[in-house]
Design a protein around this ligand. Structure first.
Ligand SMILES: [Fe+2]
Ligand SMILES: [Fe+2]
Length: 266
């Protein structure tokens, strides 16, 4: 069965596609992204073993996988870049991620895969500094924005200046909402499907505020997280920026109660 992506943007030359239904079984629902600019292609947060085969089949309808330019990884988690070994061996793509993870990702690549490569795994990884960087892509570029501690210590988000889409990784993630393939319609009703995740997985309100200030200076038409629904249009983007910058989370909520020796067994 062909899995149709959601077309987030398409001007004929430049496309942003979202695959939102490739995860089957026990994995948490996640979105994978393909960005095309002319004859150049990049995947954003393609995932691990669960999505590798369906994503490579689905994406092959839009490109020759081998010639893909980049795999962008917002952070180091399994649902982001767990299948790095496959992308490295089956494509020529460079893996773009925080420099904090560049030395750790080779742990996901077996020595068997390493023997099939002409160079080292590390040579295939572009380590982005903490300040972020612009990565040339086709006639344009993709901007790696700093989003550290949201939730990973070395965390990036990816902004596409052509489509004006911000691929926000786990920030803005929602779980268990209905019609996950549709954009958020009612922000207040959407909050319960985001709040638990953000309180526990995002480090602090301070970083959310600093991040929101940076994003307000950008022209953003859409914020698209890696799980759940996206935020489309100025009103929804601004509602999200206001909400996330005003939310206590992570270490803001920690007390001595959270740091006691456990008595229960699992
Ligand atoms: Fe994550
Ligand atoms: Fe995630």
């Amino acid at each position: 069965m062909a899995i149709e992506p959601i077309v987030l943007f398409d001007n004929g030359h430049h496309k942003c596609l979202m695959f939102d239904s490739l995860v089957t079984g026990e994995g948490v629902q996640s979105n994978q992204f393909l960005v095309v600019d002319g004859k150049h292609e990049a995947l954003i947060d393609p995932g691990g073993d669960l999505t590798y085969t369906p994503l490579s089949v689905a994406a092959s309808r839009y490109m020759n996988l081998r010639d893909m330019d980049y795999v962008f990884a917002s952070h180091q988690d399994p649902d982001i870049i767990g299948a790095i070994d496959r992308w490295i061996v089956h494509t020529k793509a460079k893996i773009v991620t925080s420099k904090l993870w560049a030395r750790f990702l080779p742990h996901l690549v077996s020595s068997y895969v390493t023997t099939k490569l002409s160079g080292s795994v590390y040579d295939r990884i572009v380590g982005v500094p903490d300040a972020g960087a612009n990565v040339k892509f086709g006639d344009s570029y993709l901007q790696c924005l700093p989003a550290h501690f949201m939730h990973s210590v070395g965390n990036l988000q990816f902004y596409d200046p052509v489509s004006k889409i911000l691929f926000s990784g786990d920030l803005g993630a929602s779980m268990g909402g209905e019609d996950e393939h549709l954009p958020v319609q009612d922000f207040d009703r959407h909050i319960p499907s985001m709040i638990g995740f953000h309180r526990r997985y995002i480090a602090s309100q301070k970083v959310c505020r600093l991040w929101a200030n940076m994003i307000r200076d950008l022209e953003v038409d859409m914020i698209v997280p890696q799980h759940g629904k996206r935020f489309e249009g100025e009103t929804m983007v601004n509602r999200f920026l206001d909400w996330v910058g005003d939310m206590e989370c992570g270490i803001d909520l920690m007390t001595q109660e959270n740091y006691r020796r456990p008595v229960d067994y699992v």
